[in-house]
Design a binder for this molecule. Sequence first.
Ligand SMILES: [Zn+2]
Length: 272
Amino acid sequence: MEVVLTIGAGVLFAVWHSFCDQLAWRIYTAYYSTERKRIENKLAFVFYSSSRCEMCMTHVPWYGLIPIVGYFLVNKKCTSCSRPLSYRFPFFEALAFLYGVLLGFASVHPVEFTLLLVAYASLWVIMAIDYRVLLIPLEAIFVLLLLALIYLFAIRYPVWGWISRGFVPNIDLMLDLSVAFVWYFLFHLLRILSGYKMGAADVPLVLALGLLLGHPLALFLPGLAAMLAIVFYILRRRSILLYAPSEKQIPFGVFLGMGYLILALVRVYKFI
Ligand SMILES: [Zn+2]
């Protein structure tokens, strides 16, 4: 039974990733790409269209939508225009499968699993678009912030404090808020000191992810993200196979998102 649940969590995460990646691509195409002016009904394009080839816009056959396997079933290329498909599809679907398996293996609480799925959808949209055009859709950050507040005040700390001779706030809740807000203000400061070279959206993003992680894990988030960014750019210098959107600017949202996903796993396994 446990094996079924673990594999099931993996498959669910891989399918969810595949959906989120299409969603991110549609949002990118409708609002950020050079073809954006050609799409008239943007909302319908984002929410009501089925998966298409990124080059010729032909609909993907159903078997091409199966995570990981679908890429090989369509012979690694579009069935219509026969353009080769990026290896990122099976690669990230496999990673998502592994992530789900790791969550399932740790018998993660269903509430936490659902929370991670919703957070993953917004995060993947943020990461995919930031990686392509160094911009972050504020709507996706708004979803994350809303999710973080619901999680913090309704699930993680349903008791905000105690009324005994005046209101005594829940110290853990206060610590979670403090850590997240300290990073929030430090990021603001960093943005000003860097002459506004840092993206404006990274500031509320670190707040939302900090609130979702809570203390002490949120303390490690910016450091881990910076480390991931350094490793990425060292690898990038050695291989032209790795795409980077700019030589001067870093899509920090991508690394914050990666850092969050790693730390969320650390929390599920109770390492810290
Ligand atoms: Zn095509």
